[in-house]
Design a protein around this ligand. Structure first.
Ligand SMILES: Cc1cc2nc3c(=O)[nH]c(=O)nc-3n(C[C@H](O)[C@H](O)[C@H](O)COP(=O)(O)OP(=O)(O)OC[C@H]3O[C@@H](n4cnc5c(N)ncnc54)[C@H](O)[C@@H]3O)c2cc1C
Ligand SMILES: *[C@@H]1O[C@H](CO)[C@@H](O)[C@H](O)[C@H]1NC(C)=O
Ligand SMILES: *[C@@H]1O[C@H](CO)[C@@H](O)[C@H](O)[C@H]1NC(C)=O
Ligand SMILES: *[C@@H]1O[C@H](CO)[C@@H](O)[C@H](O)[C@H]1NC(C)=O
Ligand SMILES: *[C@@H]1O[C@H](CO)[C@@H](O)[C@H](O)[C@H]1NC(C)=O
Ligand SMILES: *[C@@H]1O[C@H](CO)[C@@H](O)[C@H](O)[C@H]1NC(C)=O
Ligand SMILES: *[C@@H]1O[C@H](CO)[C@@H](O)[C@H](O)[C@H]1NC(C)=O
Length: 649
């Protein structure tokens, strides 16, 4: 087949380069003519490969790589497939290292990607007078939108847990005597719109020995979507959404969505509403559906009915650490298909698109309410805990009914607590039935002496319930860390032990933690192919997130260290006794045995697949499969951020 070319795939104007002058990027052709290296002389390296997904129709092929060599593009071998890294260095390269790619090489890489390379400018730079990017109005706007997820989703490198970036260019901390530095932000980013760009970036990072990270929305709570000195692959613009009926695999026959890996929950929810179907996605609409969310498990309001986010995936298109582009599904690349459904993001390659199940339209009914204790209310804290325990005791029954109870507990004024149900719903259950399910609990509360005022709702599909009754996500708080546990149903078997578990959670809240909790159950639908999803999810009926913060506290470092150590070494330890598993997407980055906690029974096989698919550990993220082989340098012992050089252990 004669390859059809996209635009000017021709790398030079028909001539070979004999030299390249630094720093003004002049290239000299064999006939002695000096040309500027620009988009006219070096065009995007890609070949047109017809595909139903637009982003897939531009790929790096062996023919294109051969052309790079034939035309003597400087650094051509760095873009070749399958090659081993040139060094077996102890560390990934870092800016300033002798082998760090030269400016002209980065420029060539940029031209080969079709001008998609971005040199990182931290999002907060606009607030720093001495950064060279200062702009008062832009800074004001940034500060006003800081806790909105979109602010960070739109930015090529910003992440929503700034702690892991090192808070080295935090807009709210700009002053005459602070400077903005890169910290844990990557050095360069490729703004991805096609597969060829991902292949070039992967080959370049692998062959040159660079650190590689992947950022989609930047929601990750553990610092997995940033990394100092890295080249980052930014998938946000892979945003195609296509609906199809009658999609068939050995395990599924029905409607599906084929979505680009940058697609966010809110967009998929809206598309599902238009098509009259139901899909699975995170409760906050900004979370990506096909990136870290579904690769890492993915809990959702509809999950009680149809399982985890990873259970929805029928096929994934992925660029491997070798640079090759493959499809993983029930019949092809079956190990990868297993691993990519629950084995975590940023580990086995870059996913470009997935096919996910679309379920029949589902009526949704539910409730919201709040219970507040403390001096300014009539509810004492003793009473508050009685109310909460009455709810917790009923978790096995509610989970059995496929209920999704999502609520938060925060400290309230007057030394009390504020518990908000945000909401509690049962997919597919009519309101009358839902009310009947909740009634005994409301009655028990009234007997105890607390009258709760429920606000009921009922809709014929998920979208309006989600729009109307889920809180807006607030993100990017600094100085905050979370940990989580998955409590299995078996923990309710023995009353004394169950109550000890409740006491343990209560104790931690009394010691200052907030609680974000979910009462749900995520069984895969019958026939769903086995996956790497954390086995601890399958018998869990209570997912609890706790956390420490020292926001704006001005606390001395020793006190901050104490708080952080308490989260991992005390709180998590006390809870682990009842819930050995935890959710890796919303877990403690310092979890001691993260393999067991975040992946359960799957971890051993995941390690084997990681070795096979990524023998040089090109992909690395904190607590990802195989991450124990590397360590970020210069870290405090109580938290690993992404501010240092990445070296082998
Ligand atoms: C406000 C908020 C609400 C949340 N709500 C929920 C919820 O309801 N349910 C739930 O399960 N989780 C929830 N999460 C957690 C969420 O699942 C994780 O943060 C998840 O990792 C986000 O994935 P992302 O791709 O959007 O984000 P990113 O931070 O960009 O990526 C997360 C990880 O996946 C990798 N990755 C991303 N895209 C790709 C790709 N295409 N190929 C390979 N690797 C990739 C990244 O390298 C990184 O390691 C929430 C988080 C926040 C901050
Ligand atoms: C290789 O280069 C030649 C000459 O510049 C060009 O005609 C051809 O289309 C290129 N092939 C590919 C696959 O890029
Ligand atoms: C910044 O400079 C001001 C004025 O010189 C000084 O008062 C302040 O302590 C400095 N802040 C920091 C964080 O160094
Ligand atoms: C990334 O690419 C998209 C699509 O080409 C473009 O719209 C967007 O402006 C780019 N973003 C940046 C920061 O360059
Ligand atoms: C899996 O992907 C391959 C390659 O694209 C395709 O030929 C095959 O039909 C797919 N199998 C299923 C079950 O979808
Ligand atoms: C507390 O109870 C008293 C007496 O029943 C009532 O008047 C008052 O409004 C209640 N206060 C609150 C905050 O509920
Ligand atoms: C709890 O009880 C159930 C049903 O009797 C049983 O199947 C399960 O193994 C028990 N779990 C634990 C942890 O004891």
């Amino acid at each position: 087949m004669i390859p059809k070319c996209f635009g000017r795939v021709v790398l030079m104007a028909g001539v070979a380069i004999t030299s390249l002058t630094v720093p003004n990027l002049q290239i000299v052709a064999r006939d002695g003519t000096a040309l500027e290296a620009n988009q006219a002389s070096i065009a995007a390296a890609a070949e047109l490969v017809p595909s139903r997904v637009k982003a897939h129709s531009l790929q790096l092929t062996d023919a294109v790589v051969a052309n790079l060599t034939a035309h003597r593009i400087p650094g051509a071998s760095l873009f070749a497939f399958d090659a081993k890294p040139t060094t077996n260095a102890k560390c990934k390269l870092f800016p300033g290292d002798a082998d760090w790619p030269s400016k002209p090489l980065w420029s060539i890489f940029n031209l080969l990607t079709g001008n998609a390379l971005i040199e990182t400018v931290p999002i907060g730079a606009v607030c720093y007078e001495n950064s060279g990017y200062y702009s008062e109005p832009a800074c004001k706007e940034l500060l006003a939108g800081w806790t909105k997820s979109d602010t960070h989703v739109r930015d090529p490198t910003s992440v929503m847990s700034p702690l892991f970036q090192g808070e080295t260019c935090h807009p709210a901390r700009a002053s005459a005597n602070t400077t903005c530095t890169l910290g844990g932000f990557p050095s360069y980013v490729v703004n991805i719109t096609n597969v060829a760009q991902i292949q070039l970036a992967i080959n370049f990072a692998r062959n040159a020995g660079l650190r590689l990270v992947v950022k989609n929305t930047g929601h990750d709570f553990l610092g997995k979507s940033c990394g100092a000195g890295a080249l980052s692959i930014w998938t946000h613009h892979l945003n195609s959404v296509e609906f199809a009926k009658g999609y068939k695999t050995p395990s599924w026959e029905g409607s599906v969505f084929r979505v680009g890996s940058g697609v966010q929950g809110k967009d998929l929810f809206a598309a599902a509403e238009r098509e009259g179907v139901t899909v699975v996605g995170g409760e906050c609409g900004g979370v990506g559906t096909a990136g870290g969310y579904s690769m890492g498990g993915g809990h959702s309001p509809m999950g009680g009915l149809v399982g985890l986010g990873s259970d929805q995936v029928l096929s994934l298109d992925v660029v491997l650490p070798s640079g090759r582009f493959v499809t993983a599904n029930e019949t092809h690349e079956r190990d990868l298909f297993w691993a990519l459904r629950g084995g975590g993001g940023g580990t086995f390659g870059v996913v470009t698109a997935v096919v996910v199940k679309a379920h029949p339209k589902t009526p949704v009914s539910g409730v919201t309410f709040t219970v507040v204790s403390g001096k300014e209310t009539n509810v004492t804290n003793e009473l508050f805990w009685k109310v909460m325990y009455a709810y917790w005791r009923r978790f096995p029954g509610f989970a059995e009914k496929r209920s999704y109870g999502y609520s938060t507990v925060f400290p309230a004024a007057g030394e009390g607590y504020s518990w908000s149900m945000l909401p509690w719903l049962v997919p597919g259950m009519p309101l009358v039935e839902f009310k009947a399910m909740v009634k005994p609990l409301l009655e028990e509360w009234e007997e105890i002496g607390v009258k709760v005022e429920p606000k009921w709702f009922e809709y014929d599909s998920f979208y309006p319930a989600w729009k109307g009754h889920f809180p807006e996500e607030g993100v990017a708080n600094s100085d905050l860390r979370v940990g989580s546990r998955l409590f299995p149903k078996g923990a309710w078997n023995v009353t004394s032990r169950r109550d000890a578990m409740f006491d343990a959670v209560r104790g931690i809240i009394e010691e200052g933690s907030a609680l974000i909790q979910y009462n749900t159950k995520y069984e895969a639908q019958a026939g769903t192919p086995d996956s790497a999803a954390n086995s601890h999810w399958r018998d869990a009926i209570w997912f609890a997130i706790v956390g420490v913060n020292w926001i704006g506290s001005g606390l001395p470092e020793t006190e901050v260290a104490r708080l952080n150590r308490r989260l991992t070494g005390d709180w998590m330890k006390r809870l682990r006794e009842y819930g050995p598993g935890a959710y890796g997407n919303e877990g403690d980055v310092m979890e001691p045995d993260f393999g067991e906690a975040f992946f359960g029974r799957s971890y051993k096989r995941l390690l084997e697949i990681k070795r096979k698919v990524d023998p040089t550990d090109l992909f690395w993220a904190p607590t990802a499969v195989g991450s124990e082989r590397w360590k970020v340098q210069d870290q405090r012992d109580w938290v690993t951020t992404q501010t240092g050089r990445l070296c082998r252990v």
